[in-house]
Design a protein around this ligand. Structure first.
Ligand SMILES: C[S@@+](CC[C@H](N)C(=O)[O-])C[C@H]1O[C@@H](n2cnc3c(N)ncnc32)[C@H](O)[C@@H]1O
Length: 236
């Protein structure tokens, strides 16, 4: 069987297994599923597989990485990496060093397995941490920061974004993507999410927010913005 066909078949089977797993676990424990904010336990592992193999999730993550236009000298930080799909895309896109934090131990294990070779080569550093307790080793400065379907779970997001701005080099880029997964989400839901993200970014001191849209169902909105050059004498 040709390699491409084998890869497609393998992905389809893995995706099917993950979907079947979700159905079983949902029947066993309705309270644990739908825990995208912090996947944990058996249901968390199934959620992680879903995040990793659902075609729209993969497309969404690859698209956001492509918008960042990373360079070989870039240090990039992802918040809420989940199973590590965007981390892998960042490595493929040629980022110099990729850092990531996620507060779920289950996601840290899945992302570490998915990116084991890059971690061994010293190109990826991942940690279990919440966005409001980023470890000192992740101080930066970074050239780019991204978060995909994660911002909605953060405590006090405007404050978190202001902290991330201080971790960016002057002129550093940020990409915040949202594909609303609530029942009945439409293009309007994605547009409303984008407007909210633009407002948060401006409140946090970022400049030039602009929104791009990936036409999936529902669409993905990604807001890009820039950290301003530091003004002399101004406390960051
Ligand atoms: C819906 S998943 C998205 C995962 C991945 N970005 C993707 O698109 O496939 C949200 C992720 O954000 C993480 N997360 C939520 N709140 C967080 C916080 N306060 N600090 C760090 N990670 C957080 C969750 O653990 C989860 O892995």
């Amino acid at each position: 069987m040709p390699r491409t066909v084998r890869r497609v078949v393998t992905s389809a089977v893995e995706y099917g297994v993950a979907r079947a797993g979700t159905t079983v676990v949902r029947a066993l424990d309705r309270d644990v599923v739908g825990q995208a904010h912090r996947p944990r336990g058996a249901a968390g592992r199934v959620n992680g597989w879903m995040f990793a193999y659902r075609p729209s999730n993969r497309q969404r993550n690859a698209w956001v990485v492509s918008l960042l236009g990373v360079r070989p000298t870039d240090r990039v930080l992802e918040i809420g990496f989940g199973p590590g799909v965007a981390i892998r895309e960042l490595v493929r896109a040629g980022a110099g060093h990729v850092y990531g934090v996620d507060h779920s131990g289950v996601m840290l294990r899945q992302a570490s397995r998915r990116n084991a070779a890059a971690i061994r080569r010293g190109r990826v550093t991942l940690a279990r941490a919440s966005v409001d307790r980023i470890p000192p080793a992740f101080e930066g400065p970074f050239d780019a920061v991204l978060a995909v379907n994660s911002l909605g779970f953060w405590p006090a997001p405007a404050e978190r974004l202001a902290e991330l701005r201080r971790r960016l080099a002057p002129g550093g880029r940020i990409a915040l993507a949202s594909q609303p997964r609530c029942p009945g989400a439409t293009a309007d839901t994605a547009r409303a999410a984008a407007r909210e993200i633009e407002n948060l970014l401006e409140e946090a001191g970022f400049t030039q927010p602009s929104t791009r849209t990936l036409p999936l169902t529902p669409p993905v909105a990604c807001v890009l913005a820039t950290a301003p050059a530091r003004e002399a004498g101004r406390t960051p």
